[in-house]
Design a protein around this ligand. Structure first.
Ligand code: PA5
Length: 442
């Protein structure tokens, strides 16, 4: 098996190799803090050795539950938001055919409060055999709870309460929260999100693994990839051989030099939700105390025709991290055309991927010329194993990077502000004082 790799060569017109390597000792200390649980947020480090600790019994339980849902359902709704949804979607959409739905088809709910969205989902499910994986660590997240209430009601009406209970799986806290209470009362199959694993670090728990297994992908390979990366990024690995350490050092050095925005770019539309997952991971982990690199994302070459202008010529506060896939999974040759009206015969006989690769290289060089430092993370192929490596690489890179920045990367106090206002505006019991205050501002 190969490994994913990182190259910082195309940042070196902007920062020196020495400046990146100057982080070596500090990262060694911070990796030790992670390892020994002596840093900030040390009650949320369950993800650190999670990949290597998943037992055969846990895999078997997830696979057996997935099999039941696969047998019973044409469609499975994954209800969750943020860390309780993005990881599963990132993996599934990376691996799924772009045009044919998986069997069962996986759809998502509980990640917005769009009435049209929920109404259309209800209409779509009306004649389908469907099931629900309801994911919420707190068990009280409004978006997810609201969607689940609607979906549960619909499922019970369509198949009866007893059968619905067999098609609903709850993934939540071991003991606390409304979802745990409901699941116990209704007799749903449940999985636990460990206390010491925060939502955005939970993709390798049942939160990510169950939906991925239901979609028909190999969770053992996914985890094997993560295990390989866990070993590669361990405390004992020398700095330059540790891709997560190099990534964390480089992005922090760029940030120190005024590059406040990191744009994660891909050249494969299947990676769109990997970027969404990464945005949450880094945004929620680092954006605090008035600090933090702003994580943005683009899908190339699509967005070269929109955001490309800004990236090439806009304010020079950005750097770019490109996820490259060395080898496309499928092969497609460009045909010769006797008329050549489109002028593309110079490409005849070449693979589409070769054109994509030249677009990628040309863009990287153009962006460097335009003042945009460029990191590259290369996956040998798009499959479960390398996606598993990538997920863990970003997780550990985030832990180190957040510590370098001097924040607690494992909390998210800022996300409560909107909830408080929303509850005050909606008149939730217990929010009477907030309600009175906020109304004065309207
Ligand atoms: O990373 C996080 O903590 C958040 O994105 C949560 O995952 C998200 O808010 C959903 O929370 P919960 O799983 O409690 O419903």
């Amino acid at each position: 098996m190969q490994n994913i790799s990182i190259s910082i060569d195309k940042t070196l017109d902007f920062i020196s190799k020495e400046s990146v390597f100057s982080y070596e000792q500090r990262i060694k200390e911070l990796s030790h803090s992670l390892e020994t649980g002596t840093g900030a947020g040390n009650d949320f480090l369950g993800w650190l050795h999670l990949p290597g600790s998943i037992s055969e019994a846990e895999f078997a339980d997830i696979e057996a539950t997935a099999k039941t849902l696969r047998e019973k359902c044409e469609v499975v709704v994954v209800a969750g938001i943020g860390g309780s949804y993005l990881g599963a979607r990132a993996v599934i959409e990376s691996l799924a055919n772009s045009f044919e739905a998986t069997t069962p088809r996986i759809v998502y709910a509980g990640n917005n409060i769009g009435e049209d969205y929920l109404a259309e989902l209800t209409e779509y499910l009306a004649d389908k055999q469907f099931g629900i994986i309801n994911i919420s660590k707190s068990g009280t997240t409004t978006e997810t709870a609201l969607a689940f209430r609607l979906l549960k009601t619909q499922l019970e009406m369509q198949v009866g309460k007893a059968e619905a209970a067999l098609r609903i799986v709850a993934i939540t806290d071991a003991e606390k929260g409304a979802l745990r209470t409901l699941a116990t009362q209704e007799g749903y199959k449940t999985f636990v999100i460990p206390d010491n694993v925060g939502g955005r670090f939970s993709v390798l728990t049942p939160v990510g693994l169950l939906p991925v297994a239901v979609a028909g992908f190999d969770i053992r390979q996914l985890v094997a990839g993560a295990v390989a990366m866990e070993k590669r990024c361990g405390e004992g690995t020398p700095f330059k051989e540790n891709p997560a350490a190099v990534y964390a050092a480089t992005r922090n050095e760029l940030y120190r030099r005024g590059k406040k925005i990191e744009i994660l770019a891909n050249y494969n539309p299947k990676l769109h939700f990997v970027s969404e997952w990464w945005k949450q991971l880094y945004g929620e982990s680092e954006g605090k105390e008035g600090k933090g690199i702003f994580p943005a994302a683009v899908d190339f070459t699509t967005d070269l025709h929109s955001m490309g202008q800004w990236i090439q010529d806009g304010e020079r506060t950005i750097f770019e991290t490109v996820i490259s896939i060395a080898e496309a999974n499928k092969k497609m040759l460009i045909p010769m055309d006797s008329e050549n009206l489109d002028g593309l015969n110079f490409l005849a006989g070449k693979r589409v991927d070769e054109v994509n690769k030249m677009a990628e290289l040309g863009t990287r060089l153009a962006h460097i010329d335009g003042g945009v430092p460029n990191l590259q993370i290369e996956l040998p192929k798009l499959n479960e194993y390398y996606i598993g490596q990538l997920l863990y690489f970003f997780e550990i890179g985030c832990g180190i990077s957040g510590y370098l920045l001097g924040v607690n990367p494992f909390d998210q106090p800022g996300v409560e502000a909107y909830k408080k206002n929303m509850f005050a505006l909606l008149g939730k019991p217990g929010y009477e004082a907030e309600s009175r205050e906020i109304r004065k501002r309207l």
